[in-house]
Write a new protein. Structure first.
Length: 204
């Protein structure tokens, strides 16, 4: 292969994406180059649009257009009494596609022991969760973190952070296999985990 820094850099970048290594990165790049007008050009424009226009809401963590207000946490017309707390946007998407939960989401953006999340406690949007519960008179907070050690530690940490607030806290049933991640669970498992969720005893 000729030494083309543009291509080499692209291989390195694409290899960082989930599920892809250098070999599949090279196949993807060839496909793009061989389809300059149909794939490469619109992809460049689309990525640029996403970079410029899409961001995570600083309050609830959901993906939103940065020109619009957030229709998850700032939606004035739709009132929700429940908030479902998840680790990542992929978990929100999995729960939405199962249709088991009709309410508002709160996306932490990781777990408290996630090493990729540098000063993670501050970044986990827990303060804004507390503000949302108070401001919107939320009745129930459903902790839908993964059945991993990190997910469960995070759930416990949130439960502890909410102990002074008068809100019902529940946690997904352990129908999720141990080590089970929300985003990889099938609809049936998610539906059963929601239906059988357990109330956590409030200490106040
Ligand atoms: Zn929001």
């Amino acid at each position: 292969m000729q030494n083309l820094p543009e291509i080499e850099n692209l291989i390195k970048l694409i290899s960082k994406l989930p599920g892809l290594g250098p070999k599949s990165a090279k196949r993807i790049i060839l496909k793009m180059i061989n389809n300059r007008q149909e794939i490469l050009k619109p992809l460049v424009n689309n990525l640029n649009d996403v970079f410029k226009n899409i961001e995570r809401c600083k309050i609830c963590g959901i993906l939103k257009s940065n020109n619009d207000s957030c229709n998850n946490c700032e939606n004035k017309s739709k009132k929700y009494s429940k908030i479902c707390v998840v680790e990542n946007i992929s978990d929100q998407w999995a729960i939405e596609s199962s249709s088991i939960f009709q309410g508002s989401f709160h996306i932490l953006g990781g777990t408290i022991s996630d090493s990729s999340n540098s000063n993670n406690r501050e970044n986990l949007l827990i303060n804004s969760l507390i503000e949302r519960i108070n401001k919107d008179n939320i009745e129930e907070v459903i902790l839908a973190t993964s059945a991993t050690v990190e997910g469960q530690t995070t759930a416990f940490y949130i439960q502890d952070s909410l102990k002074k607030i008068n809100v019902k806290i529940s946690k997904l049933a352990q129908g999720l296999p141990v080590g089970g991640e929300i985003e990889n669970s099938d609809d049936g498992t998610l539906i059963s985990a929601f239906k059988n969720r357990k109330d956590l005893v409030s200490s106040n």
